[in-house]
Ligand binder design. Sequence first.
Ligand SMILES: [Zn+2]
Length: 105
Amino acid sequence: MTAALINRETRQAIRERQKRIHTRRREAIFVLLGGKYCVGCGETDEDVLQFDHKRGRDWDINSVSSTTRLKNYLYEAIDGRLQVLCISCNSSKNRPNEIPDNTPF
Ligand SMILES: [Zn+2]
């Protein structure tokens, strides 16, 4: 086995480990927030669910790594500053006239 192959396999193992950690942290945040559903409409399709900052975010999402982003989300979930919204409800939140009266935010 060549050194290059070992390095490639090592890098792949590291990537897979990081992906597993990322997935576990994301799952933990969903558990803290009560589950994988939109608090606005009840949507459960995970592909469209997002973590939403109830009253905005005081850090730049584009200037941190995905690991730091999830760590921040975790702290915000514990503090009650985060909620789960679907893409549709999250975009409606930014256009207040379109939010139905029964949404909790
Ligand atoms: Zn929704």
